[in-house]
Design a protein around this ligand. Structure first.
Ligand SMILES: [Zn+2]
Length: 206
């Protein structure tokens, strides 16, 4: 197993230890559906040291050439922005002091277009290479909207990365996507047809 594979395997285990990812449960999602897997990204940020460690691991699995090219790390609020801020700082700690310092840019929630950069952060992006990050990749549409904002502001997205990929992305941004951990959850069931209910498995609290 390569070093990067080892980091990925360890990360998937640690996501479970930190209760970010709960497998083999019986969860009532409160929307009429039950399922075996529950994802709680808030657990990543409850203790800042947790996200620092996962951010280090994500940097370790990203190709060195990509990290070397990165000038801005950007991510959508809240989880993506916290991760981007941490990664931008950690990147500088790995670089020569003479290099220009890495910039950070958060995408705020925007009622019209989903996510946007404020005027201040838009001004940092033109002509720069941007690494787009998020805590979790769901359908990929959030990253797609953020990438469009970077392009519109005159920056270039060179890659996307996330702590956890649900493997349900419906979009291809035409740049590499690097997840730290990935896992595809089995399908959820309407409560009336739930096999765990039929097996009298107690509901897992979360
Ligand atoms: Zn059930």
């Amino acid at each position: 197993m390569s070093r990067k594979d080892e980091i990925r395997t360890k990360a998937l285990k640690e996501l479970q230890e930190h209760a970010v990812l709960m497998l083999n449960g019986h969860f009532d999602f409160g929307n009429g559906y039950h399922g075996r897997v529950y994802l709680n990204p808030h657990q990543l940020f409850k203790h800042p040291s947790t996200i620092w460690r996962f951010a280090q691991d994500l940097l370790d699995v990203l190709p060195a050439s990509l990290l070397d090219a990165t000038e801005v790390v950007a991510g959508p609020v809240t989880g993506g922005a916290l991760l981007a801020h941490t990664m931008a700082g950690l990147l500088d700690s790995r670089r020569e002091l003479s290099r220009e310092r890495t910039l950070f840019a958060p995408f705020q929630v925007d009622v019209e277009c989903g996510h946007s950069l404020s005027r201040f952060y838009r001004q940092q992006v033109p002509g720069r290479k941007v690494l787009l990050v998020d805590d979790v990749r769901n359908t990929g549409q959030t990253l797609e909207r953020c990438a469009a904002q970077v392009t519109e502001a005159g920056g270039t997205v060179i890659a996307t990365a996330q702590i956890y990929d649900r493997l349900e992305s419906m979009v291809d941004l035409g740049v590499p996507n690097v997840p730290l951990a990935e896992y595809k959850a089995p399908e959820n069931y309407p409560a009336a047809e739930c096999p765990m209910c039929q097996a009298h498995q107690p509901i897992t609290s979360f």
